[in-house]
Design a protein around this ligand. Sequence first.
Ligand SMILES: [Mn+2]
Length: 361
Amino acid sequence: MNETGFVEAKALIDGAKRIVISGHLSPDGDTLGSAIALARLLKAYGKEAYATADLNALGKLGFMKGVEDIIPVRKLRHQRKKFDLFICVDCRSLDRLPPEIRGVVDGLPTLVVDHHDGEAGSFGKVDMSDASASSVGEIIWRFARWNGWELDDVAAEALWVSIVTDTGRFAYEKCSPETMLVGADLLRHNVRKELINDIIYNRFSNKAMQLKRIAWKSLHVWRSGRVAEVTLTRDDFRAVRGTKADAEDAVEIPRLCQRNEVAVYFYQIPDRTKEIRCSIRTRNNWNAAELAARFGGGGHLHASGCTIKTSMSAAKRMMRSAIKEMMKCPPKQLSLPTAKPDTKTNPEPAPAPSDSTATSA
Ligand SMILES: [Mn+2]
C-alpha cells in the first residue's frame, strides 16, 4: 500500500477548520463508508468535518450508523464560504460529484482519496489515491493508523461496509493480504457483521424483488453465454415505483451464466430519457474500464460503468459492437496477483483512461 500523499494530506487537514467530504453520485458502500468514517475521524481530531451525500439515493445503506450526521447535498449551498477544505472520496472527477456540490466546493483546496484505475492526474491539490487499494475505506484505515487516530465503533463499521462492498465480501482481485488484516482490525470493534451482510446481500424490498423478476425476464445471452445482458427500462422502474437503488445489483444476474465473461446491465433513469446507463462486469482480464472508457466512463479492470446519451436500442447496438470488437483479440495478460503468500500489493494493470462520467462501477 502506497502512502504517498499522506504527509501532504495531513498538512492540508492541519491547515483547515471546516471540512466538507463528498463522494460520487449514487453513493455506494465504499463512498458512504469512507465519507462517514473520515468525518468521524476528523471530528475526533478536532476539526469541523461534514460528510455530504444525496440522502434520497442511499437505498439499503440508510441503515448505516453515522448516516444521521450526513448533510443532504441540497442543504450545502447555504453553507458556502464556511468550508475551507474539500475531501473527495471514491472519485477523482468533478463530473461524478452530485451537481449540487460542484458549486460549493469549486475553488476550495481539495484532497482526493480514490482507488479507481486511471490516470494519476486529478483535480485535487493533494492526492492520496492508490489504485492498488481494495477500497477507499482501506486507504482511510491506513491513513488513520499512520496518524495514530483511533477508530470508534461508528467509523469502524463504516470502513467495514466500505471494504466488504468493494471487495465483494473479501473476494475480488484487489483484496490483498493487507486488506484482510484491515478487516481483522475492524472486527476488534463492535462491527455488526452478520446484520450488515444480511441487510446488504440477503434482504430485498418488494420493489427490488419485482425489479429482479423483470431483469431476469430480460436476460439476453449471446456467444454461448460468454456475453450476457439484462435491461431495466424507465417503464419497468415506473411500473414498480422503484428507483435505481432498488436494482443496484442487477448486473449480477448476467454474471451467473456459467461461461460468462462480459456482463452488462442496461438501465434508464425514469426522468432522464435518452440517457442509458451501463453497468459492466468482466472476467478473464477483459478490461471493463477500457470498454466503459469508449463511452466516456471508467472504473476498474473487472467492474465499470458508463452513460450513453441515446436511445436504449442504439445504446445496445453501440455497446454490443464495442464488445465484439474487444473480443476479437485475446485480452492482454495482465499481471494478476500471484498465489505467493508474501504478496504485499496487487500489481495493477495498465491505467485505464479517465473515468470522468462513469456511473458507479
Ligand atoms: Mn470504491
